[in-house]
Design a binder for this molecule. Structure first.
Ligand SMILES: Nc1ncnc2c1ncn2[C@@H]1O[C@H](COP(=O)(O)OP(=O)(O)O)[C@@H](O)[C@H]1O
Ligand SMILES: [Mg+2]
Length: 330
């Protein structure tokens, strides 16, 4: 069906979605995502991934956090805005409950932005609204990505434009092999770019070159998507998707949660390995350990649907000492 052709699946709570996967190793089969799940399989720009480590820019923001986030201050002069969010408000589509209450955020090329904040403050909602998740309705404000109005784009167009999202809780797709899943995404993207599709054998070569990056063994590829995966394996799988598909903006929702020290280091290193001076990250996290590996250019604190504080790594130290209470909206 048409919505499946782009392999960027949003499944609302009232619909069933099917897609067809085939490869020599598996007979053609249909993937059905049942109500209440949603699967977003992003297909951002495919171009050679430059796996050299990005030299991190020195942090330019002042050490003291700003009360009213000055969304354009502190960015490197000359770097281009990639994502510009202004006054964004959004409600839950079904209940109309307002979750986002005026978010301002500007991410320039090559910047790493961390969003922190209490549970329920709207962090995951913000990231899902950026990707066009159907559970939410934007009621005001704007999101501009690479100079284009993102709100006019379908979710699949957003991923084709270069946005990748790793979900906080990636869903299991029983019976669908990782290789089939990734190959489908990879080829859909190539079709969009009018490039010839690659066959499974060629794709396996592409894939195996990425496995080292996430420190995964090739046996992993024999598994089904997220089926029986440990927390660490799920996160590694997400990063493998990012490595294969590429992205200009990778949104990583709690990529570090539930990971042991080794997995955290691997995942952090893998993300770092994908960074180039033009690529940007929006990462949602509760833990500062990840900042030792993926150094944020800015840290934002979200509370009650707004970014209430923006600062640099110094803000994480304040948080460590004082917790979120001093940043809460009264
Ligand atoms: N699809 C949804 N249906 C119902 N409530 C939702 C939905 N998405 C988010 N919420 C609610 O919105 C608030 C913010 O959620 P979320 O963005 O997940 O917070 P965070 O990621 O900061 O913990 C929470 O109260 C959550 O229960
Ligand atoms: Mg969340």
């Amino acid at each position: 069906m048409a919505s499946m052709a782009v392999v960027n699946l949003h499944v609302s709570t009232t619909t069933k979605t099917h897609c067809t996967l085939s490869s020599p190793s598996s007979s053609t089969r249909k993937l059905t995502i049942l109500p209440s799940h949603s699967l977003l399989f992003h297909l951002p720009a495919i171009r050679p991934l430059h796996l050299h480590h990005r030299s991190l820019k020195p942090l330019k923001a002042t050490l003291s956090a700003v009360d009213t986030p000055a969304v354009t201050d502190g960015h490197d002069e000359g770097s281009k805005p990639l994502l510009e969010i202004r006054g964004l408000t959004a409600v839950i589509a079904e209940s109309k409950q307002q979750i986002l209450k005026g978010v301002n955020l500007v991410i320039n090329q090559g910047e790493v932005h961390a969003v922190m904040g209490k549970n329920g403050s709207g962090k995951s909602t913000l990231s899902k609204v950026i990707t066009g998740h159907p559970d939410y309705e934007v009621t005001g404000g704007s999101i501009v990505f690479k100079g284009e109005n993102l709100l006019h784009m379908e979710p699949e167009e957003r991923s084709l434009a270069g946005i990748f999202m790793s979900f906080q809780s990636p869903i299991e797709i029983p019976g669908v092999n990782i290789v089939d899943f990734l190959l489908m995404g990879y080829n859909e993207r190539r079709k969009k770019l009018n490039e010839p599709e690659v066959g499974p054998l060629e794709f396996l070569q592409i894939l195996s070159s990425k496995l080292d990056l996430v420190n995964m063994k090739s046996e992993f590829l024999g598994r089904n998507v997220n089926e029986g995966f440990s927390g660490g394996e799920r996160k590694r799988n997400e990063i493998l998707q990012l490595a294969v598909l590429g992205a200009d903006l990778a949104i990583l929702d709690e990529i570090d949660s539930g990971l042991d020290v080794d997995a955290l280091r691997d995942v952090g290193k893998a993300v770092n390995g994908l960074l180039t001076p033009n690529k940007s990250i929006l990462m949602i996290t509760h833990y500062q350990q990840i900042f030792k590996i993926i150094e944020p250019t800015f840290i934002h604190i979200m509370d009650d649907g707004r970014i209430v504080k923006t600062g640099d790594i110094g803000l994480a130290k304040v948080l460590d000492k004082e917790g979120y209470k001093s940043f809460s909206v009264p």
